[in-house]
Design a protein around this ligand. Structure first.
Ligand SMILES: Nc1ncnc2c1ncn2[C@@H]1O[C@H](COP(=O)(O)OP(=O)(O)O)[C@@H](O)[C@H]1O
Ligand SMILES: [Mg+2]
Length: 251
């Protein structure tokens, strides 16, 4: 188990407006962290810090291992909103291949090896049959699987997903978590989600983010703990585990 990212006493936000105050978090290569917290609490901002998209006002973010020499293609990212134009006449495979572009230029030439890697990834995510489909014909869940494929086609060390299941059906959600469970054998995962009930069986630990960050070293969390973490979120309780929000994970 090796450390890949270290966030130390970071203050970060936008236009000198501090959103996250004094947050610290270590990310290890086998982590599966569920990030929860109220809307506007700073979950996406935390991801921006990890991704290096915003620079902290104070504190430090350090990268280790493969990430030390550039985060390009070493962190896979599935953003909360994608700006893919579904009317754009591009196939599933081309979208996945775009995850293997190392320099500028969209739809540049790809090597045979890249194409094999794309096929392999589509197979792994279970959408090999969609390879030649134009993206305009996909359902919401299928599109998310395509974007997930693009995020992991470069074999990143860390996969970051920001509310991947907000606009998709329950069936997709179940499939997604099974896929993530498999991917976690090869990479660290951070997932932001509103669905506190379901993530529980898959994540290993929980980060509660609401302007500050409280790291909870278990996937079982009680209402009292959430309250003490200043994390007012809607709870979905499971009957089988009274007074806990989350079920035991299967690892
Ligand atoms: N690009 C931005 N510029 C200015 N303010 C932003 C930007 N993105 C987010 N914010 C503000 O930062 C706060 C936290 O947002 P965000 O990190 O998106 O929260 P969450 O993902 O938990 O809903 C909100 O008040 C939001 O309005
Ligand atoms: Mg967000």
């Amino acid at each position: 188990m090796g450390k890949i990212v270290e966030i130390q006493s970071v203050f970060a936000g936008y236009n000198s407006n501090i959103i996250l105050s004094d947050i610290s978090l270590d990310i290890f290569d086998d982590d599966f962290i569920g990030v929860i917290g109220p809307n506007g609490g700073g979950k996406t901002t935390l991801l921006n810090v990890v991704l290096g998209l915003i620079k902290p006002y104070k504190g430090s973010v350090n990268f280790f291992d493969d990430l030390k020499f550039g985060r390009n293609n070493k962190i896979g990212y599935l953003p909360q909103q994608n700006n893919i134009d579904r009317k754009f006449p591009i196939t599933v495979k081309d979208v996945v291949l775009s995850g293997l572009i190392y320099g500028p230029g969209f739809l540049s030439r790809h090597s045979k090896q890249d194409k094999l890697k794309a096929d392999e990834t589509l197979l792994k995510i279970g959408i090999a049959d969609l390879s030649k489909y134009p993206i305009g014909e996909l359902s919401g869940g299928q599109m998310q699987k395509v974007l997930l494929s693009r995020a992991i086609v470069s074999s990143p060390r860390l996969l970051i997903l920001d509310e991947p299941n907000t606009f998709v059906d329950n069936q997709f959600e179940g499939e997604l978590y099974e896929i993530l469970n498999e991917l976690n054998k090869e990479m660290a995962i951070i997932i932001v989600t509103h669905d506190v009930g379901t993530i529980s069986s898959y994540v290993k630990t929980i980060a509660c983010v609401n302007r500050t960050l409280h790291y909870h070293k278990s996937n079982i969390i009680t209402e009292e703990q959430l309250e003490s973490y200043n994390c007012p979120i809607k709870l979905i309780t499971h009957g089988e585990v009274p007074h806990t929000v989350l079920k035991k994970h299967s690892h």
